[in-house]
Design a protein around this ligand. Structure first.
Ligand SMILES: Cc1cc2nc3c(=O)[nH]c(=O)nc-3n(C[C@H](O)[C@H](O)[C@H](O)COP(=O)(O)O)c2cc1C
Length: 382
């Protein structure tokens, strides 16, 4: 049960409210209109559908904006929904300028408003009511025409633009990833789009999405002649990576152990605790979360040296991809990984370089040993 907030709790100030409401993800539109003075338009995310019967939309425009006055004067507005590659237009139309439409292809709608030819969707509205509220004017519009194209939308979340992803496609990708991790496909085989779609029982766009994400993760690679190929993974690949990480971390310990400022040690401890919470008993609570937290911990350890060269060398190991391929096939793991990393953390905290070094060696040996066990279980090549 949650405790009710005291009735007299103060309302959030503008900064807090902007931060909090920024968590409400939205699409991005250009609201456009035309008056005898010419075309007007502005970027707007406070646009939403209001009713289906009759079809109505509303747009909340700052009363001080030039476009707001123009919509009021013309009595009509267009809502142009931006696609994912149109972030530049969102910037262009959010910046005051006399020639906002420069370089933008438009057509004229039935209500005479300019409509973006390349928009993901276009909706033309006739203003039926204007409501003043605080700094804004809410335009209630009766929809006169609406049309949509194929594509993905531009999204807006916490002050930044992003892409939309179907949860459905993500689930397909997770299944494809599991198949690769379980070695359902031999190393170096070509993953054909049709075969993958068939084996996952999904349509081709979902299978293609899965392939592109597998490629980004380093599980498959795109061969210009053969298509998507399963990247071979052997004990040698993981041994080399874990040994290289070990060498970097030993170097860092030799450089800084005993001289690390207290706040940086506290940062390392916080990263350790965040990671430890994701491996309970002998299981990953959430493998991807653990992977991120583990990466953050080791990156934090390396960054104690304040050496751009070492941090870059660490990043180039692509350790997440190697860990995914080695440990990601099973949720079962061992608490001894956490204990070894606790040893590294405590060694650094005490300024005991010998203890920290021994823990790094122990952690590396555990990782290499675990890969052998997993490869044996899943029939990989030793
Ligand atoms: C992503 C994004 C969303 C925005 N949403 C709105 C909105 O819903 N309403 C609004 O009044 N201004 C919004 N703005 C700000 C206007 O686009 C900006 O003030 C613009 O310069 C106004 O143009 P104008 O004065 O030429 O009409 C948004 C800006 C961005 C970048």
């Amino acid at each position: 049960m949650t405790t009710p907030e005291p009735a007299a709790a103060p309302a959030p100030d503008a900064t807090t409210f902007r931060h909090v409401v920024g968590h409400l993800a939205s699409g991005v539109t250009l609201v456009t209109t035309r008056t005898p003075e010419g075309p007007f338009g502005m970027t707007a995310s406070s646009v939403t559908s209001l009713s289906l019967d009759p079809p109505m939309m509303l747009a909340c425009l700052n009363t001080s904006s030039v476009t707001c006055a123009a919509v009021s004067a013309s009595g009509a507005y267009g809502v142009n929904v931006l696609g994912e590659g149109q972030g530049h237009l969102a910037h262009q139309f959010a910046t005051p300028a006399s020639d906002k439409f420069a370089g933008v292809q438009v057509s004229e709608g039935v209500l005479g408003v300019p409509l973006l030819s390349e928009a993901l969707a276009r909706i033309e509205c006739e203003v039926v009511e204007e409501v003043r509220a605080a700094t804004h004017t809410v335009f209630l519009g009766r929809v006169r025409r609406a049309e949509a194209a194929e594509g993905a939308p531009l999204t807006y979340f916490r002050g930044g633009f992003g892409r939309f992803e179907f949860a459905r496609d993500d689930a397909v990708y997770q299944r494809a990833r599991q198949q690769v991790l379980e070695r359902r496909y031999a190393a170096d085989t070509v993953l054909l789009l049709d075969d993958l779609a068939y084996s996952l029982d999904v349509d081709k766009p979902a299978a293609f999405y899965a392939l592109t994400r597998l490629a980004a993760e380093g599980l498959v690679r795109r061969d210009p002649e053969r298509g998507y190929v399963v990247v071979p993974f052997t004990v040698r690949t993981s041994d080399e990576t874990f040994d290289a990480r070990c060498a970097i971390e030993l170097g860092v310990i030799d450089m800084v152990c005993g001289r690390v400022p207290e706040p940086e040690l506290a940062g390392l401890r916080a990263r350790f605790e965040a990671m430890a919470a994701l491996l309970v008993g002998d299981r990953f609570v959430d493998f991807d979360g653990y992977l991120d937290a583990n990466y953050a911990y080791h990156e934090g350890l390396v960054s104690l040296a304040h050496s751009a060269a070492l941090t870059t060398a660490f990043a180039q190991l692509h350790i997440k991809s190697v860990m995914t391929r080695s440990f990601g096939a099973t949720p079962v793991t061992s608490q001894s990984f956490i204990e070894a990393q606790r040893g590294i953390t405590e060694g650094m905290e005490r300024g005991d370089a010998a203890a920290a070094r021994a823990a790094v060696y122990r952690y590396t040996d555990l990782a290499k040993q675990r890969v052998r066990e997993i490869l044996q279980q899943t029939g990989g090549r030793l």
